[in-house]
Design a protein around this ligand. Sequence first.
Ligand code: R5P
Length: 284
Amino acid sequence: MIIVGGSSSRDLAKELAAILQCTYVQAATTRFPDGECYTRIDHKELDDDVVIVQNTYPDGNMIEMFLLQDAVRRLGAKTITLVIPYFGYARQDRVFKPGEPESARVVAEHLDMVCDRVITVDIHKEDVLKYFKCPGEDLKAAGAIAEYFMDKNIDLVLSPDIGAIGRAKSVAEKMGLKSDHLTKVRLSGSEVKISPANMDCAGKNILIVDDMISTGGTIIAAVHALREAGASGVSVACTHGVFVDNAVERLTGSSLDTLLCCNTLENELSHISVAPIIADALKR
Ligand code: R5P
């Protein structure tokens, strides 16, 4: 097996190759002066099963993925597996208003043109994998998050809304703890109102778990509500640290104690590695 690291996921791809003890090949990606993507894999051939590790977010990374798919096919890859740690456009998985595209399907169908298998991590909607004709699997980061926080004296695991309760429950079960959820009402694109939790949070060290943090609005409101409810500590972990609009600065300026994310998007807070779970899936 050969692991090809695209520019969005180099560290993760290297870690994967180290775990699997297979060849790591780094794509050399640059941008032309007009912003278009140029990439090259400096090898004569890739005559093996090839795994490309690359996000489809932001848009430029998706184009790089398309180019890498073509490059590895031309170099003779026997099979092509796409590891997409953060699958961009998964949130627009259906037409919400007439005239909209089904964005997730569009992305999936284009990726599907040159791949034999696809692996995602905590994709926003698992149904998106049905748009691929090839086999697809969504891996869960809950185990990696639970392991990281196992010795951090957490009392309770919460999701910021009822939709994410499954993830919080899964993390809590792995840590031998209870889980619950907060009630979230979205006021605008960047503003949400979180109702005080039903459970007794006073004096508790709480871990909030979400699939992604984008503007940070959800988490800032959740941390505020939990502090009001008397929580003694609030840690936050998410799978995908998207962090737009200075979210990290605003989050670290709030009253949370710890903020971490997985390395599906590589940034200064991505200290929880999903490489072991991806490696297990690739071995399968
Ligand atoms: C919502 O369904 C997601 O699970 C996240 O809670 C949401 O995308 C976070 O967005 P933001 O950080 O902008 O509040």
